[in-house]
Write a protein that binds this ligand. Structure first.
Ligand code: ADP
Ligand code: S3P
Ligand code: MG
Length: 186
C-alpha cells in the first residue's frame, strides 16, 4: 500500500515501529505485516515515492526539509493506514509527530552499538551517518534519542536477539495480549 493510493480514512496502524538506525524497523515491520496478513508501509519508502531518494532530499532541502516532508507523510498515514508502519529513526523526534504518536501501538526496537556497526554498511544511504566514523555518529545520535523513544513505546524488543520473523512473532504476541498492552476498547 502507498499513501499516494486511495485508502479509507479513519484507519489506525496496528503497530508502529520506532528505534535507532539499523535496529531492523523496516525488516521487522515487513515480517510483522506478513504474519498478520495486513499491509506494510515504510515511512522512508513513502517519502521516497513522493520526493525521491532520501540523500537527495537532504542535499537539496537540508535535514529540516526532510523532517517537514517526513512529518507530513506520517500525519497522513496515521489516519489512513490500518497495517504495520515502520518509521525512520528520526521521525518520532519531530515535535508534531511525537504528539501524534501518543496513544498508538508504538513498539521500540532497541539495538546495541556492536550489532548496529555490523549493519550500517559504513553509513551508506543514511545522510546523518555520512563522513568519518559512522558508528560514533550512530552512538551519539542514538543516545540523544533514546529517552524520546522510551517515552513513546508501549512495548520494547531487542532487535539484535533474533531474526526479523522471530521478532515479529514476539511483537504480535505482546500486542495481541491485553494484559501487556493497554487496549483502546478495553
Ligand atoms: N533481526 C535482524 N537480524 C539480522 N539482521 C537484521 C535484522 N534486522 C535487520 N537486519 C539487517 O540490518 C540492516 C538494517 O535493517 P533495517 O530493517 O533497514 O533497519 P532500520 O529500518 O531500523 O534502519 C539490513 O541489512 C537488514 O537486513
Ligand atoms: O535516524 C534518522 O534520522 C534517519 C533514519 C533513516 O531511516 P532508518 O532508521 O530506517 O535507517 C532515514 O529516515 C533517514 O536517513 C534519517
Ligand atoms: Mg528503515
Amino acid at each position: 500500500m502507498s499513501a499516494t493510493e486511495p485508502s479509507p480514512a479513519g484507519l489506525r496502524p496496528r503497530a508502529i515501529l520506532i528505534g535507532p538506525m539499523a535496529a531492523g524497523k523496516t525488516s521487522v515491520g515487513r515480517a510483522l505485516a506478513r504474519l498478520w496478513h495486513v499491509p506494510f508501509v515504510d515511512l522512508d519508502h513513502e517519502i521516497e515515492a513522493r520526493h525521491g531518494p532520501i540523500p537527495e532530499i537532504f542535499a537539496a532541502h537540508g535535514e529540516s526539509g526532510f523532517r517537514e516532508r517526513e512529518a507530513d507523510a506520517l500525519a497522513q498515514l496515521l489516519g489512513r493506514h490500518g497495517g504495520v508502519l515502520s518509521l525512520g529513526g528520526g521521525a518520532p523526534l519531530t515535535p508534531r509527530s511525537a504528539a501524534s504518536l501518543a496513544g498508538h501501538h508504538v513498539v521500540l526496537i532497541e539495538i546495541d552499538e556492536h550489532a548496529a556497526a555490523s549493519r550500517l554498511r559504513g553509513g551508506a544511504g543514511r545522510p546523518l551517518l555520512a563522513g568519518e566514523d559512522p558508528v560514533l555518529r550512530w552512538r551519539t545520535i542514538t543516545a540523544a534519542r533514546m529517552p524520546a523513544y522510551r517515552a513513546l513505546a508501549v512495548h520494547t524488543v531487542d532487535g539484535a536477539s533474533s531474526t526479523p520473523d522471530a521478532l515479529a512473532r514476539s511483537i504480535a504476541a505482546a500486542l495481541d495480549d491485553p494484559r501487556q498492552i493497554p487496549q483502546e476498547d478495553a
